[in-house]
Write a protein that binds this ligand. Sequence first.
Ligand code: BDR
Ligand code: CA
Length: 314
Amino acid sequence: RQPLYLDCDTGVDDTLALAYLLASPEIDLVGVGTVSGNVAAAQAARNTLDLLDLAGRQDVPVALGAHDRLTSTYGGGVPHIHGHNGVGDVDLPQSQRQVEGQDAAAFLVDLARAHEGRLRIVAVGPLTNLAKALELEPALPGMVREVTIMGGAALVPGNVSAVAEANVAGDPEAAALVLAAPWDVTLVPLDVTMENTFEEEHRQALLTSGDPFVETVGRILDVYFDFHVPELGRRASALHDPLAAAVAVGGVLPSSAPRVPVVVDAPGGPGRGQTLCDLRGQRLGQVDHPGARVRVVLSTSEPLAPHLVDRLLQ
Ligand code: BDR
Ligand code: CA
């Protein structure tokens, strides 16, 4: 089993990513770190501990990560999308467990040392913790197997501005550092996460599973489904974070994923937080750019939702 660290801002779709990883026999979830995004990092940590307890996985350590951005303060969450508590306003049984004694960046560096050359990182929130870990240990990229990031928008509009996606826009300076570092990065952008939807039939399958954790995940999705109605035209949701988890684990295979140069527009201005993916000369997904380290997933060979349901119900 491959050791895997999850960095998240739990979060409705972060919850789905966590549930997917817990149900994945290919990997061993060796730690979770939290960051401010959908909710503050401390609330994301409480949510993660509560969810892990409900899943019977008190063995998975949780580290509290960055509250503020590298160069600015956290501006608050998005209660109209993820609920006031981040988990769709569902009251979870409160875990008695505490977070680790070190912050998420230091925790990640220690995990990379403990699993030298083997650790996979899945990052589904703003990239502040990963950037801080790079500052703490500049050799980190050489110690890690690969990094899979839900973030960015290659050929489609952003979701927080005309061009910027929430996780990159949450801390563009951090995203710029992380995408420039010499590790093997797979970017799972809005281009493909918006194409993978979770429908009411899938949510019903979770709600009637008979498993208290999986049923709770189904309830957490309720508010998130409401939010997506104007965009999707029905109660359903995009599958941002669980798609990054599934790509990292190999449960869903990219069908188009060119390796191309990607830079983040970090200065102020209307392009702030944009991921500029240089797709010039690429016949979508079939040609890599020599020397590029970022693999941009533009499509997948199968839809995630049925596979996600199967995995959570197994
Ligand atoms: C990303 O932003 C967050 O709101 C979601 O959890 C996901 O990680 C989508 O842009
Ligand atoms: Ca997230």
